[in-house]
Design a protein around this ligand. Structure first.
Ligand code: ZN
Length: 504
């Protein structure tokens, strides 16, 4: 054995090159000293706490957690352990799924948060005993995991198949860090926000257990409520206080998140006017009189669709557009809905069906239905007699469908079958759509920006944070859709146009 192949620590047969010691090292010296007495560089393939040994970290995790749980159970009362486990759970009746979150949460709570009568955590006591039962790698691991705490993170960018650049939304300086997690990276998009326990290692961070997504639509409400609980109305919070609160009330906070999300969905459904209104009129005189009016009014557009099986011969369909006098309805519509269906350049009010001796109108909101009935009186009043109408509340059905969907996740095969358009064509169509949509958006008055257009808001110091929040949600929605559909689209050009370099 030459000098060069010997382990430079113990002089036995060296097995691998050690970039820290600049020589060979044997596996046992490496395993016993890496990350503790050897100052390993992050790129070493044998250093589980570096950036290049993802699976080596997993292997340590798999022995570390059972040892930690055993140690905790030896040191705390069983009933107390069960109480904390329940406190970390958002459900009254813990399920297999919720235990995936509550178990690691409880482990880290006992390890580094809860203090005994002598102000000591379990980790403090274990450290005094010389980390009995833990090997070198597990000791290095516990050094970091005794400081694990919950927070809300926001994904800035997904970097490959297991890494993400993230920020901590309770961290005052908000400096980015790299998070490692395969399943999270595959399910996260730009600006996805998670409530979860995080461990910060020297060269990367890791989530503990699964995280809960905090949707954009309720983020402010949830975030403000947490701060209110921690520091009242002052909003001057210390990150450590917020995280301490989240740690001690984790299950409660998860339940709060669920409740706010559910209430918001219900509110949204209730606020949407989804009524299917149909009114039938008998034609008094000649159908030609009615056709003559339809022809001169700009809002009626002939639709050459196929007739329904029970349509009488000679039935004609017209799209009723928000044009001409029918544009007036937009004044009473919520601004964000006034462009809701402008793929043809103009919004739709509903449908007009002209049968040989009946005229039928069909609208998809109460407001549009009432408006259209007034317009019928005005345009066709002397040529038709009102016969009957029906109004059906679709939002109740939608709510039922959402409930059903929550119970039975959608059928993947069905989704696949629906997407029969070749991906290249879809890519092209979507690119075109977003290009046009956002070109218009840049100069559009936006309700969420107090009626300013995005260009104005970008230059306005008061409105700029709201614009950033709005654009984050746009980028997020788009990147989620792209991931699910396998498309490559971005709206970086919009961000550049607005000078939002924070988001690029
Ligand atoms: Zn050795």
């Amino acid at each position: 054995m030459t000098e060069k192949t010997r382990c430079c620590v113990c002089n036995r047969q060296g097995r691998r090159e050690c970039p820290a010691l600049d020589g060979m090292i044997c596996t046992s010296c490496c395993g016993a000293k890496r990350g503790s007495s050897i100052d390993c560089p992050p790129h070493c393939l044998y250093f589980p706490f570096g950036t290049e040994a993802y699976d080596a970290w997993l292997k340590i995790d798999s022995t570390w957690m059972p040892k930690v749980i055993r140690y905790i159970l030896d040191h705390v009362d069983k009933t107390h352990f069960e109480n904390i486990l329940r406190r970390m759970d958002s459900d009254n009746v813990p399920s297999a799924e919720s235990v995936e979150m509550s178990f690691p949460a409880a482990a880290h709570y006992f390890l580094g948060v809860e203090r005994d009568a002598d102000e000591k955590t379990i980790a403090d006591i274990w450290e005094e005993e010389g980390w009995q039962g833990l090997n070198n790698d597990e000791r290095v691991m516990i050094k970091y995991r005794r400081n694990t705490l919950p927070t809300i993170i926001e994904v800035q960018n997904v970097l490959g198949d297991h890494a993400m650049e993230c920020i901590d939304l309770f961290d005052p300086d908000g400096s980015p860090f790299i998070m490692f997690d395969r399943s999270l990276a595959q399910n996260a998009d730009r600006f996805t926000r998670f409530l979860m326990w995080i461990t910060h290692y020297l060269h990367f961070s890791r989530p503990e257990g699964v995280g809960f997504v905090v949707p954009f639509s309720i983020f402010d409400e949830f975030y403000d409520e947490i701060l209110m609980r921690v520091c009242g109305k002052s909003k001057n919070f210390r990150a450590s206080d917020v995280k301490g609160y989240l740690a001690g009330h984790f299950g409660e906070c998860c339940a709060l998140l669920k409740t706010i999300t559910r209430d918001n969905t219900k509110r949204m459904i209730r606020s949407i006017d989804m009524h299917h209104g149909v009114a039938v009129y008998e034609i008094k005189g000649s159908r030609e009189d009615i056709k003559a009016i339809i022809e001169i009014k700009p809002e009626f557009n002939f639709d050459d669709r196929e007739l329904e099986p029970d349509d009488p011969e000679g039935t004609e369909y017209y799209n009723w557009l928000r044009r001409g006098e029918s544009k007036k309805i937009e004044a009473s519509m919520h601004p964000s809905f006034s462009h809701e269906d402008e793929s043809q350049g103009v919004g739709i009010l509903g449908l007009l069906k002209l049968c040989p001796d009946q005229m039928i109108i069909e609208m998809f909101s109460k407001k549009k239905f009432e408006f259209a009935k007034e317009m019928v009186k005005k345009y066709f009043g002397s040529y038709v007699n009102f016969s009957r109408e029906s109004v059906e509340d679709l939002s109740k059905q939608a709510a039922k469908r959402i409930k059903k969907m929550e119970r039975e996740p959608s059928d993947k095969d069905e989704e696949k079958q629906a997407g029969t358009i070749p991906i290249e064509i879809e890519q092209q169509v979507m690119e075109q759509f977003y290009r046009e949509h956002y070109t218009k958006f840049l100069d559009d008055s936006i309700p969420a920006l107090n009626g300013m257009n995005p260009r104005e808001a970008a230059k306005n110091p008061v409105m700029r944070p709201q614009l950033i929040e709005l654009m984050k949600s746009h980028v997020h929605t788009l990147s989620t859709m792209c991931r699910q559909k396998g498309l490559k689209l971005d709206i970086d050009w919009v961000l550049e146009e607005l000078g939002l370099h924070e988001l690029l």
